[in-house]
Design a binder for this molecule. Structure first.
Ligand code: PRX
Length: 656
């Protein structure tokens, strides 16, 4: 209900693009017209205009075996050449590609020529280490330039990278290395976070001790934290001893447009993370197009900053591939927003004269809490466009972002997309769209979105329903690594297997208002969104029951003012263990820590409640909806389908 009221109030707020902004905007109405008139032709034009092809394609889309799409598949290109060499050849070698800033305050400006050089050296090292086309390379690095170099070096030689976020635990890293059967891990001794060095190489050592396959032959280590590490002389190599001494001559070859580029693991509704597979030609086309059109990129004068870590899809598409394909100058920052002082981000905006900032609502909300005086003690007048991603942005945060950070008159674009979609799918286009706070607004040109009821029929009017993508798009996932069946079932068979019912099911609820603008309503499955990061209830539940004290566990995502959602767990202890357990507070602490160690700190529950029972239906299914009511402090909803309808009273009294 609150959602509805909120929307009714917000609908009166619209912001027209200013005439000055519109006059210089990259995107204009023609894009929509062209895409409406000939969708595939539109994408083919983008692919030809935005990228360099070693061999031009003649076929745009092969959809003869859905849901396995092939885009531009008789063409050949090299992703690294598109992001680097061609810019240097066009005379842009001296343009800064990365203004890098480490958390302790060390800085490096890296030009396109220097970045190209470094990627060529790294590519030579990878080849010397026996990494060939299609081999998998796990990358477990902090936000340092070498992360970008490592990804592009893989792309250059046709190897497949699997970047694992540096906050993940040894277990999580091990399962990802195993699933992809990686031959090489690229890591650092450590990285800086909140003023301290966090170890990475020791986590890799621990992960490799666990992986049974033993597919990893080498570990390439960047020196960053200068922390003590163990060394396995047969397996480990220093980056500064190999890459720095390698030749900077490297001739890149073109690969098929459907050659795999990367695997990125993300949470689904089951306990096992899915390795989302992306390929080259279509992916690069859509990330380059959206990066340019949605962020109104003028590469010759803009300084762009996306605050995401390269360990997430946003870092892949809008730190590495989109901006570099478009020859942008960007900021890369290693650390946390509040180290060593709460104005760190704004100091960076001022120092580099950032003009485009792309971040997540959770960050905006935590800045809101700290107050406007912090950003206002810096000069933010260089900003001319703001973006948001990762979760719905509430209208108040949107308005604060525009006014306090943006000075009140610059566009804010809210971009909806997913690891699976590879690139932005729904967003306003600045300079064209009248902006509406809280709504992600309209599909980008060339993307077809609909909202359907559970049975696959169209929803009535402005009713909420399920968000679907009705036509294949260039940057769509090509599968789940090693699991084509799961790919089909999870995403394409929600409404049945008949050809006219096969559509991409995103897992998000949405509604369309009377103007046709789309409002995202959150996940409809057991996936949580904590600070814009995806977590699965099942994954955390299985971690909790792996602890010797726990008999059963249920996890819900409860609304949280800052992080959007927070993990709240309900556990039943094993009777045999109850004596071993001292106080319930201790249990809660121990289990919170256990989850953080098993999965990573982002998965640590905000609360763990010890209860005697969990609410179950007669068929034994846990009713998480009721637990969510409890966790959010609401009146508990309809309990009539519970096997024992009085159980919620018992649980409520235990939780209080
Ligand atoms: O629920 C949606 C939410 O984040 C999910 C995708 O998460 P992930 O694959 O980790 O990618 C995040 C960054 C692209 C979606 O299913 N989401 C993402 N952006 C938005 C959003 N929800 C509402 N509004 C958004 N702008």
């Amino acid at each position: 209900m609150t959602v509805q009221i909120d929307h009714a109030l917000e609908e009166i707020r619209r912001f027209r693009p200013s005439p000055e902004f519109a006059a210089q905007a990259v995107a204009d109405e023609h894009l929509y017209e062209a895409a409406r008139a000939d969708r595939l032709g539109f994408w083919a034009d983008q692919a030809r205009e935005l990228l360099r092809w070693e061999k031009p394609f003649t076929r745009t889309l092969d959809w003869s075996n859905p849901p396995f799409a092939k885009w531009f598949d008789d063409g050949e290109l090299n992703v690294a050449v598109n992001c680097l060499d061609r810019h240097v050849e066009a005379g842009l070698g001296d343009r800064v590609a990365l203004h890098w800033e480490g958390e302790p305050g060390d800085r490096r400006d890296i030009t396109y020529a220097e970045l190209t050089d470094e990627v060529k050296r790294a590519a030579n090292v990878l080849t010397e280490l026996g990494i060939g086309e299609q081999d998998r390379v796990a990358i477990y690095l902090p936000m340092i330039p070498e992360a970008v170099v490592a990804m592009l070096a893989c792309a250059r030689i046709g190897a497949i990278h699997s970047v694992v976020f540096g906050g993940f635990s040894a277990d999580s890293l091990a399962s990802r290395i195993d699933d992809a059967e990686a031959s090489l891990v690229i890591t650092a001794d450590g990285g800086y976070r909140k003023g301290k060095v966090f170890p990475l190489k020791p986590v890799v050592d621990e992960a490799l001790a666990k992986t049974d396959g033993g597919t990893v032959r080498n570990v390439l280590v960047v020196r960053r934290g200068e922390n003590e590490i163990d060394w396995n002389a047969e397996r480990d190599l220093w980056w500064h001893e190999t890459v720095a001494n390698a030749s900077n001559e490297h001739v890149a070859k073109g690969f098929d447009a459907e050659h795999p580029l990367f695997i990125l693991y993300t949470s689904g509704t089951t306990g096992k993370p899915k390795g989302i597979l992306h390929t080259t030609g279509g992916y690069l086309t859509q990330v380059a197009f959206t990066h340019k059109a949605v962020f109104d990129l003028h590469p010759e004068r803009d300084v762009y900053w996306c605050t995401a870590d390269v360990g997430w899809i946003t870092g892949h598409s809008y730190v590495v591939y989109g901006p570099l394909a478009n020859a942008a100058t960007q900021v890369l920052y290693e650390g946390t927003p509040d180290t060593p002082h709460p104005g760190r981000w704004w100091e960076i905006v001022e120092r580099y004269k950032v003009s485009i900032l792309y971040t997540a609502p959770t960050a905006i909300r935590s800045f809101m809490k700290m107050g406007r005086q912090i950003p206002h003690s810096f000069n933010l007048r260089s900003l001319r466009l703001l973006g948001s991603v990762g979760e719905p942005i509430n209208p108040e945060a949107w308005i604060w972002y525009r006014h306090v950070i943006g000075g009140g008159s610059i566009p804010v674009v809210d971009t909806w997309w997913q690891t699976e979609t590879g690139a932005i799918m729904i967003s306003a286009l600045p300079g064209i769209t009248d902006l509406k706070p809280g709504s992600a607004q309209v599909p980008v040109p060339g993307v077809s979105i609909d909202i359907l009821a559970d049975d696959g029929d169209p929803v009535d009017g402005e009713n909420g329903g399920l968000l679907v993508v009705t036509e294949p798009w260039p940057s769509m996932l090509r599968g789940i690594w090693g699991d084509p069946e799961r790919f089909k079932e999870t995403y394409w068979e929600k409404f049945g297997t008949a050809p006219d019912k096969s559509m991409y099911f995103a897992g998000d609820g949405a509604r369309r208002d009377e103007d046709g603008d789309i409002w995202l309503l959150g996940r409809v499955d057991d996936v949580m969104n904590v600070s814009g990061h995806r977590l699965s209830t099942a994954e955390i539940e299985s971690s909790l029951v792996a602890h010797p004290w726990t008999a059963e566990a249920a996890v819900v995502g409860a609304a949280d003012e800052t992080t959007g959602q927070a993990v709240v767990a309900f556990v039943i202890l094993k009777q045999s263990q109850e004596e071993a357990v001292s106080t319930l507070e201790d249990v809660s602490e121990v289990l919170r820590k256990h989850v953080a160690t098993q999965i990573g700190a982002i998965a640590r529950p905000r609360q763990v409640f010890v209860v005697n029972e969990l609410p179950k239906t007669r068929s034994g299914k846990i009713m998480r909806r009721l637990l969510r009511d409890l966790a959010e402090g609401r009146e508990v909803g309809d309990t009539t389908t519970l096997a024992d309808t009085s159980i919620m009273q018992v649980i409520s009294s235990q939780v209080r």
